[in-house]
Design a protein around this ligand. Structure first.
Ligand SMILES: NC(=O)c1ccc[n+]([C@@H]2O[C@H](COP(=O)([O-])OP(=O)(O)OC[C@H]3O[C@@H](n4cnc5c(N)ncnc54)[C@H](OP(=O)(O)O)[C@@H]3O)[C@@H](O)[C@H]2O)c1
Length: 431
């Protein structure tokens, strides 16, 4: 029988330096090779980003689906002429960091890194875990300079890594071109959010018709968008530490909510928000590998003999029950987000129906909307979120459109809540 998820210790949440071992995944482009095929969840880099940063950011992108819950980091080592000496990216939790991978790569190539420059997309760590800090590894290897795209806001690092490198006489510079900083943040909004705000970065994904419907009145919604859009949506699930839905969607659609069609070593946790434990123990999302958490109202599992039996049936089916405060009978979503962050969830991918979507939006907890719009009219049906009715357009919730592209026959929109990035951007520059 599965036990309920225990909080991770502070140490668990900082596992950025665990035992070194050579892991697969270092089949890397050589000097002059074209960059790897872009990850569809990442924007194209601005043309003025220098090739060494393009390489370092591209390396970091290879840690998507691999390093969770650790940040995705890339590291490039060059000599004074800009020649590539070594390169690496963060391996899976428990594996080496990008800097160590790059040093090992240089050694494997027989290159000396004495006086070399390290280009890293996140400040090298400064704390002792099961391996020595990366800043010490760079100092010991005799590097001459470090260029970092961002400070690591994590408390045990937070500027200390750069300070130690400077104290050892290295030429250290932080935060280059805005385009590099923006791309470094786009790789790790969840890690920054968890550390800075104590909650995951929340991305709400919806498939809507041309008239904004997410389901027919009878609940049918599979499929509003085409296969390419659904495949693209799975690339965003792959980025997430957890994929979350409401019990209404579980009952209506019986989705699996796992990642299919993309390589990756880590399946996101699947979370059902289900105040009174209505999730059927036969739900399909309980079947794929990986964890399933049912977030329910505190005490609901003992509210009646029926509720206790439902809780037991879910546990027998492999689910972990996560009690969450529910002052008004419905699970408190802010408290749930904090609980997910404490358990190491960086990016939360919400794929729910109009009721739960509305609660997330009303609480101001949605950082990003990922909308796939199909060129079809559904007529009557469910909305993206059951909001309003409002009397004035001034009450409308406004988002900033940051990206739009065609995916198959559908349109993909990405939108941000105004101000969502500001605290994270600030943390990139100042500890
Ligand atoms: N097109 C799309 O992108 C898309 C995506 C997903 C779903 N859908 C469609 O959405 C429909 C289901 O919508 P739905 O609104 O019934 O389901 P939902 O939003 O997925 O789940 C709603 C349920 O979540 C529970 N809940 C727990 N805490 C809550 C909170 N704080 N706020 C709101 N709800 C909370 C409530 O049940 P308890 O009170 O019992 O906990 C509520 O009835 C289906 O037809 C499905 O096909 C469409």
């Amino acid at each position: 029988m599965a036990s309920d998820p225990a909080p991770l210790s502070a140490r668990d949440l900082s596992e950025r330096d665990l035992p070194g071992q050579d892991l697969p995944g270092q089949d890397l482009p050589e000097q002059g090779d074209p960059p790897a095929a872009a990850d569809p969840t990442l924007a194209d880099l601005p043309a003025d980003v220098s090739p060494v940063w393009v390489r370092a950011l591209g390396l970091a992108a290879r840690a998507i689906g691999l390093s969770e819950p650790n940040p995705r980091v890339g590291c490039v080592l060059t000599d004074r002429d800009g020649r590539l000496l070594g390169q690496g990216f963060t391996q899976q939790a428990g594996g080496p960091h990008a800097e160590v991978m790059a040093l090992r790569d240089a050694q494997r190539r027989g290159e000396s890194v004495n006086g070399a420059t390290a280009w890293v997309t996140l400040e090298p760590c400064a704390h002792h875990g099961r391996t020595p800090p990366c800043c010490d590894a760079l100092i010991a290897a005799g590097l001459g300079a470090v260029r970092a795209a961002s400070i690591d806001p994590f408390g045990a690092v937070a500027g200390e890594g750069l300070a130690r490198l400077r104290a050892a006489g290295l030429d250290v510079r932080l935060a280059p071109e805005p385009g590099v900083r923006a791309a470094a943040l786009a790789l790790n909004p969840g890690f920054f959010s968890r550390v800075v705000r104590g909650r995951p970065w929340v991305r709400m994904k919806v498939a809507v018709s041309l008239d904004g419907r997410t389901a027919l009145p009878n609940g049918a919604s599979q499929w509003i968008t085409g296969p390419q859009a659904r495949h693209d949506g799975h690339a965003f699930r792959r980025r997430a530490g957890a994929v979350l839905t409401g019990v209404g969607t579980v009952i209506d659609d019986d989705p699996r909510l796992d990642v299919r069609g993309w390589p990756g070593t880590v399946q996101p946790i699947r979370v059902v928000v289900d105040s009174s434990l209505r999730t059927p123990a036969t739900a399909r999302l309980l079947a794929p590998p990986g964890q399933v958490w049912v977030a329910h109202a505190q005490g609901a599992d003992a509210a009646s003999a029926g509720a206790a039996a439902a809780a037991d049936a879910l546990r027998q089916a492999g689910a972990l029950l996560l009690p969450v405060p529910a002052p008004g009978g419905k699970t408190d979503l802010a408290a749930l987000l904090q609980a997910l962050a404490r358990r190491g969830v960086n990016e939360l991918h919400v794929e729910a129906g109009e009721k739960l979507n509305a609660s997330f939006l009303r609480a101001g907890l949605v950082d990003e909307l990922l909308v796939y719009q199909a060129p079809r009219l559904l007529g009557a049906g469910a909305a993206l979120a059951a909001l309003g009715p409002w009397d004035s357009l001034a009450q409308a919730m406004t988002f900033e459109l940051t990206d739009h592209r065609r995916v198959g026959d559908d349109l993909r929109l990405r939108l941000l809540r105004p101000g969502a990035l500001a605290p994270l951007e600030q943390a990139m520059l100042a500890p």
